[in-house]
Ligand binder design. Sequence first.
Ligand SMILES: C[S@@+](CC[C@H](N)C(=O)[O-])C[C@H]1O[C@@H](n2cnc3c(N)ncnc32)[C@H](O)[C@@H]1O
Length: 275
Amino acid sequence: MSEPDANQSQQTERAPAGIDVNVPSVARIYDFLIGGKDNYAADREVARKLVEVVPGLETDSAAHRAILHRGVRFLVEQGVRQFVDLGSGLPTAQNTHQVAQGIAPETNVVYVDNDPIVLAHGRALLAENNRTTVITADLREPKSVLEHPDLLRLIDFDEPIGLMLLGVIHHINDDEDPAGLLRTYLDALPSGSWLFLTHFLHSGPESEKLERVMQGSHSSGRFRERDEIAAYFEGLETVDPGLVHIAMWRPEEPVDEASLTVEQRLVVGAIARKP
Ligand SMILES: C[S@@+](CC[C@H](N)C(=O)[O-])C[C@H]1O[C@@H](n2cnc3c(N)ncnc32)[C@H](O)[C@@H]1O
């Protein structure tokens, strides 16, 4: 985690237009946890409450970025040359397009996030990359994503697509029908496409406490049961090792499941192919 800027008012002045820095945002809380600088006092306050519940939570956030890198590399190796990254978050080191285009420069990437700060920072990063774009849309309104002209410019629905939902479906509450939303996106993908999804796991009292803090601060953040998460992959072919704690998904060095810490047990993920 980075320490807050000593001069808070200066930081407020630097906030992009239209961003309310007084309301905590998932994108900026996460940015703080992974050591970014695009966060404000209200975000850091929530992040600190979360770290109070589970010291070491920022290590788990870093693990989230690590599985993103391993998963994107895997998908590019399977021949995927176009990605839709839903709930992409603020740009940080080694984003999806940098990992994918580092292996296959012809890869197109569309980032989608409903927080306008992601677009504000993403624009500058992507100004010179015509195979990558950032759109501001809410994944709870699939039409606004799937029919967005900037997405349609880069994504060919006749070719396999890598659909990424990392750390975002758990921000869709039960009454917002996460499974139904996911089904709508999967139905839109051609055969041979891929789902890459990670999700908070109900894993004991700490996960319940974290859920209470998150729901209290920004009204989202569900730690679901493994069966509920596995159901998101129904009808797809999940590749080895299946739905596992993210540290266990094709790690670069062997990982002993018994040695996983509380924070390493909070998130599971998998990659699956649409037949
Ligand atoms: C925890 S961050 C994950 C960032 C990135 N996917 C990763 O794994 O490093 C979750 C992101 O999802 C975004 N998000 C939450 N609800 C969303 C929604 N309904 N539509 C689009 N994006 C959403 C948040 O703004 C945030 O940037």
